[in-house]
Ligand binder design. Structure first.
Ligand SMILES: NC(=O)c1ccc[n+]([C@@H]2O[C@H](COP(=O)([O-])OP(=O)(O)OC[C@H]3O[C@@H](n4cnc5c(N)ncnc54)[C@H](OP(=O)(O)O)[C@@H]3O)[C@@H](O)[C@H]2O)c1
Length: 280
């Protein structure tokens, strides 16, 4: 059997844990499950028949990244699928957000994903095959108040992924963006710091922030189902899309956003192209 090696970041909870649990039970998978604290990966022990490697990996630490990629290569000889899942959130208005927290979120959500991908591409490029699955969000396509910096990270992931996909397609390396709406994970709870509005002009957004915190683990999306869909797409879809919205809210919002953008671009078309004509 031709086994594929999957390396997944952030497998302690949420999507990462669901995906690692699912992958651990597939006969054709070698799994490199990574987390900042590998004590949190003992849930995998029940499935381990020598095909699972648990490794410490904080995606903001370049030594951890190099160690994880090297160890994976030594143990399984190849990395076929990288899942850049690790990520955090931040709720706060644009003016009131703590910039140090926002910067750290870029370190995790953007630069962590970038550095992981660059390390793994060194393996995928010579083998002329591979898939990189990047966790974006519906928040990488459409925007909501109090999430400006989170959107900044996920729009960055979208742009980087779209460009990278063009660069590596002839090397038989595919990029898949996962764009979930709300799923029952730790994201809206412990994984997202919150800055409640203190400026009276922004008081109206307090309810939205608190609603997200209180709604954590009650969202519509099932991360176990997401895991099955992601595995199935990567394994069986020879015509992998670049973007995969997950959840009804995500799919409906993506369609609506693109339709309204298309309408606006068409309405502006004449004016837009007039900018190429020299000023009289
Ligand atoms: N759940 C949703 O509704 C939703 C929607 C759209 C997109 N997403 C995206 O889905 C991805 C996974 O999040 P989730 O929903 O599964 O939330 P989660 O349950 O909070 O899981 C986040 C994971 O990321 C890990 N992590 C955080 N910082 C890290 C770092 N510096 N290095 C390595 N791992 C780190 C966490 O590890 P620790 O246990 O060590 O903290 C945890 O394993 C994120 O990229 C998120 O933006 C989630």
């Amino acid at each position: 059997m031709n086994k594929k090696t999957w390396l997944v970041t952030g497998t302690s909870t949420g999507f990462g844990k669901s995906l690692a649990t699912y992958l651990a039970q597939q006969e054709n998978v070698n799994l490199v499950a990574t987390a900042r604290n590998i004590q949190k990966l003992s849930y995998l022990d029940q499935f381990d028949h020598g095909q699972i490697e648990k490794l410490t990996l904080d995606v903001t630490n370049e030594n951890d990244i190099n160690n994880a990629v090297n160890n994976a290569k030594v143990k399984f000889d190849t990395i076929d699928v990288l899942v850049n899942n690790a990520g955090i959130g931040y709720f706060g208005t644009f003016e009131e957000s703590n910039i140090a927290d926002a910067r750290y979120m870029f370190e995790v959500n953007v630069w962590g994903l970038v550095n992981m991908s660059r390390a793994v591409l060194k393996i995928m490029r010579p083998q002329k095959s591979g898939t990189i699955v990047n966790f974006s969000s519906i928040g990488g396509l459409a925007s909501f108040p109090t999430l400006s910096f989170y959107h900044g990270t996920k729009y960055a992931v979208e742009g980087i992924s779209e460009s990278l996909a063009e660069e590596v397609k002839d090397l038989n390396i595919k990029i898949l963006l996962i764009e979930p709406s709300g799923f029952r994970t730790d994201w809206a709870g412990r994984s997202s710091k919150k800055a409640l509005p203190s400026i009276s002009d922004y008081q109206q957004f307090a309810e939205f922030i608190e609603g997200n915190e209180n709604g954590a683990h009650h969202e519509a999306g099932d991360p176990d189902k997401a895991a099955q869909i992601i595995y199935d797409q990567v394994t069986n879809n020879s015509d992998l899309p670049l973007r995969l919205p997950l959840g009804k809210y995500s799919s409906d919002t993506a369609i609506q956003k693109y339709q309204s953008s298309l309408k606006s671009f068409k309405e502006l078309h004449k004016l837009s192209i007039s900018a190429d004509t020299p000023k009289q």
